[in-house]
Design a protein around this ligand. Structure first.
Ligand code: PAF
Length: 291
């Protein structure tokens, strides 16, 4: 596996391959790779000829009180995982290479970034949109893969790529979960053993909402109540938001007519967990519509 730090070398490598007709796949990461990343990398490996994984802990998507300094950086393990999964090139730019002296351009996707994670973390999505734009410019991929766990991020990147005609196909891979349902995340390592035992409550509460929808309830209050009732069983969990919204716009729904995105963020001590489920209302199922 080739390890590249320089953006110029990265671009030259990719452009040369693409000129030869090789398709380049890309999995951008902040490192601390886990089985969720492994699944993304495996899915990417099947869909392209040459595969690039980037490892870059992007400072501009962290708020001033967030965990930038202590964000896990197990680089040797990350490289080992990439090597084992057949990654061709690991791109590891430095902060100085990404944001050199004089850097000033940022990318904003205001409507999608406004709510939920964007409201809780005001600079976060501008940081994500900007770094993904830069990474795409450096890596020049044909396809790029993102995890559904960060649903709002994936929606924002789809919008960005479409709005700016970037010509990168975005593939969103289903969330990979621990046995008890907790969505895999690099930040799960911050959970104490006690917190870890109750962390799956977020997923359970999303499932409770999904079950109510699948039984035919369209009423948002009833759906949100089912989720809230489940999460309240764990007093150590503080809810940031736990809502039913439109899977495309991420705006809150007034009733469920077709599909709903159940979206949640909670805090367990200082650890913030996010998760989501997309659920179809029973009446939208084609088999039922066709009688
Ligand atoms: O999801 C992540 O790991 C990051 O937000 C990303 C997309 C690599 C941008 O820094």
């Amino acid at each position: 596996m080739k390890i590249v730090h320089s953006p110029q070398v990265m671009t030259a490598w990719s452009l040369r391959l693409r000129r030869e007709g090789v398709t380049v796949g890309f999995v951008p990461t902040m490192g601390a790779l886990h089985d969720g990343h492994r699944a993304l990398i495996r899915a990417a490996r099947l869909q392209c000829d040459a595969l690039v994984v980037s490892i870059f802990v992007n400072p501009t998507q962290f708020g001033p009180t967030e965990d930038l300094a202590k964000y896990p950086r197990p680089l040797a393990n990350d490289r080992r995982l990439c090597r084992a999964e057949g990654v061709d090139l690991c791109f590891e730019p430095s902060v100085a290479a990404m944001y050199p002296e004089g850097f000033q351009t940022t990318v904003a996707v205001p409507a999608i970034a406004r709510r939920w994670e964007g409201a809780a973390r005001p600079q976060h999505f501008a940081g994500v949109a900007t770094v993904v734009t830069k990474l795409f410019g450096m890596v020049r991929p044909d396809i790029a893969l993102f995890g559904q766990k960060d649903y709002q991020q994936a929606a924002l990147i789809r919008r960005l790529v479409n709005d700016l005609n970037m010509g990168v196909a975005i593939i969103v891979h289903p969330t990979v979960r621990e046995k008890d349902g907790l969505a895999m995340s690099s930040r799960n390592v911050y959970l104490s053993p006690e917190q870890r035992t109750i962390a799956a409550t977020l997923y359970k509460s999303l499932q409770a909402g999904a079950e109510v929808i699948r039984k035919g309830t369209t009423d948002i209050q009833a759906i949100q109540l089912a989720m809230a009732t489940m999460i309240e069983q764990e007093p150590a969990v503080t809810v940031d938001y736990l809502v039913a919204c439109d899977p495309l716009t991420l705006d809150p729904l007034s009733s469920v007519t077709s599909r709903a995105l159940l979206l949640g963020a909670v805090r367990l001590g200082s650890v913030r967990l996010i998760d989501n489920l997309v659920v179809a209302a029973p009446r939208t199922r084609i088999s039922q519509r066709c009688g």
